[in-house]
Write a protein that binds this ligand. Structure first.
Ligand SMILES: NC(=O)c1ccc[n+]([C@@H]2O[C@H](COP(=O)([O-])OP(=O)(O)OC[C@H]3O[C@@H](n4cnc5c(N)ncnc54)[C@H](O)[C@@H]3O)[C@@H](O)[C@H]2O)c1
Length: 261
């Protein structure tokens, strides 16, 4: 499939740019910064998703949009909304213009970060953000729901846990999303033919995981990696118990300084 990857120079985008072509996809990259590698056979755009001309050029002619662009941590509320909600709106509008009906969105566990740990975290828990970043992800998911319902778009909102080469904390033994599973997840989501909005947890098949993997499996995402294979290298820390209390870990637990409005 022809895919636009936004935020393509970032940590997840770089991994997808290597993994998705191997599965038969052709990629176009969009990022604020110059091209990071040579896997973008459909070209590279250096620009801001917020710019309607950039969004328009980026979306034209693709089969699906993989929207990763955004600041992946806490920010002021206006900045967080711009980074996650406004960019998503720009791309959705461009998708309507160019009749592109499929998007995979990088949402976050912080959309439900203040949810206390339970036996199994399902995807139908109420929105419960732990930060302005989480508020922006909840808002972006609401926007995706509106467009999916109103315009018959097929969208996967993946609430990603902790992406990285390996888990580094006790919490991430539960929340880790491996690079290979990230590629499997996006591949499954763009190929899924199930209509409407699907919310899934973007995590690997971690032995210590407590987030429901079934909604992902229902769209064809079958994670294969397990953080436990790295378990022996993860140090014990005093914060581990507190970080396990809420879905959002340290962001939900500590009284972080609130960014100025
Ligand atoms: N990394 C994680 O563990 C994790 C967890 C949950 C959710 N996410 C989400 O996944 C997405 C990607 O995360 P990442 O870790 O790769 O982040 P990253 O910071 O490594 O990459 C994000 C990229 O987006 C680009 N970007 C930002 N704003 C842009 C804009 N307006 N227009 C064009 N490009 C823009 C940046 O230049 C950067 O290269 C983010 O939306 C983040 O919120 C990540």
């Amino acid at each position: 499939m022809k895919l636009l990857v936004t935020g393509a120079a970032g940590s997840i985008g770089s991994v997808l740019s290597r993994g998705l072509p191997a599965l038969g996809h052709e990629l176009r990259g969009l990022d604020l910064i110059p091209q990071a590698d040579h896997n973008f056979t459909l070209g590279w755009l250096s620009g801001d998703c917020l710019d309607p001309a950039v969004a328009d050029e980026a979306v034209a002619g693709v089969d699906a949009v993989v929207h990763l662009a955004g600041t992946p941590h806490e920010d002021s509320l206006p900045a967080a909304l711009e980074s996650h909600v406004h960019t998503t709106a720009r791309l959705l509008e461009a998708m309507l213009t160019h009749r592109v009906s499929r998007m995979v969105y990088a949402s976050s566990n912080h959309a439900v970060g203040r949810t206390p740990r339970s036996e199994l975290l399902t995807t139908d828990v109420r929105p419960r953000p732990d930060t302005f970043y989480g508020v922006a992800k909840v808002s972006a998911e609401a926007l995706l729901s509106l467009y999916a319902d109103r315009y018959d778009l097929d969208i996967t909102a993946a609430r990603i846990g902790t992406f990285g080469g390996a888990p580094t904390t006790a919490r991430s033994l539960s929340t880790w999303l491996s690079p290979d599973d990230a590629v499997r997840m996006v591949d499954a989501a763009v190929r899924s033919r199930q209509p409407g909005l699907h919310t899934i947890y973007g995590v690997s098949a971690n032995t210590r995981g407590w987030w429901d993997l079934e909604p992902g499996r229902a769209i064809g995402y079958d994670p294969l990696d397990d953080a436990e294979t790295h378990g022996g290298r993860v140090p014990n820390r005093d914060e581990d118990r507190a970080e396990a209390a809420y879905v959002g870990g340290p962001d939900a637990t500590h009284l972080k300084p609130r960014p100025a409005f």
